[in-house]
Design a binder for this molecule. Structure first.
Ligand SMILES: C[S@@+](CC[C@H](N)C(=O)[O-])C[C@H]1O[C@@H](n2cnc3c(N)ncnc32)[C@H](O)[C@@H]1O
Length: 244
């Protein structure tokens, strides 16, 4: 999201959320609290049952609702992803851009078919460390690899193709990263690309225009709300047709 688009978070619907985020960030700064992903990791390790992915997800939801907001895909949009993962063939390969605390990684891993694998690329070392730890707690480190690095530099080094791609990192990179996936033959006809946070508030018009008009995707818009809030958001599900 460009800086000039942050005004969308100041509209009456989003303002209480924005103010609450400002308040909690200020409190954490003044009290010297650890980074939010470390707080989440500690909470989940203290409260969730190891090897129980559903409990790990529930505990992350509880942290987000009761302690500090986490920008995870959350319990409303997450099941959309699970639905897509549930349709994948045996041995399917999934790519995620943006692991954060590992919420969606656990959700995806939980529905992977036999022999399936998830590669999750995360640019922030703190988030990558937490995602690995939470995936491990859920019991899924055998099928999930969290790679520390920026998506733009990492994607060309990956081996594909991917059957499903989850774009959930910085929104201004969605279009160029998708084009890099195409250029490096990391998609096959039928690959599904799920893009989170493409509601109006995030200013994802460029991405939506690309997948809807370039002729290489069959694209569907699913309205939703930003995780743990009532602020309108959306997910775009685009099936790659192939072609130039
Ligand atoms: C919305 S969060 C991801 C949430 C996660 N998918 C989930 O549902 O649990 C966005 C994450 O993308 C990461 N990120 C931002 N730019 C990135 C990039 N270029 N490459 C990889 N990760 C990036 C951020 O550090 C952040 O952890």
């Amino acid at each position: 999201m460009q800086l000039g688009q942050y005004w969308r978070f100041l509209t009456p619907t989003a303002l209480p959320f924005t103010l609450e985020q400002g308040r909690t960030m200020l409190v954490d700064r003044l009290t010297g609290a650890p980074p939010r992903p470390f707080q989440a990791r500690q909470f989940v390790h203290e409260h969730a049952t190891p090897g129980d992915p559903a409990d790990v997800l529930r505990t992350l939801d509880r942290f987000s609702l009761e302690v500090r907001f986490l920008m995870s895909v959350g319990p409303e949009k997450g099941p959309l992803m699970s639905e897509m993962v549930g349709k994948l063939p045996e041995g399917a390969r999934v790519l995620e851009c943006g692991a954060y605390c590992g919420y969606s990684a656990v959700m995806i891993a939980d529905r992977l078919p036999a022999g399936g694998r998830l590669v999750s690329v995360e640019v922030d070392p703190i988030a990558a460390e937490v995602a690995r730890s939470i995936v491990d707690l859920a019991g899924y480190s055998d099928r999930v690899e969290v790679i520390l690095g920026g998506s733009t530099e990492t994607i060309p080094k990956l081996a594909g193709p991917f059957d499903l791609v989850f774009l959930d990192h910085w929104k201004e990179l969605y279009t160029t990263d998708l084009q890099t996936l195409e250029k490096h033959a990391l998609l096959r006809p039928g690959s599904v690309v799920v893009a989170d946070n493409v509601g109006e508030i995030f200013g994802a018009e460029k991405y939506l225009d690309y997948v809807r008009t370039c002729g290489r995707y069959e694209s569907e818009h699913r309205p939703a709300t930003i995780e743990y809030t009532q602020i309108p958001d959306a997910v775009e599900i685009s099936v790659y047709r192939g072609g130039n």
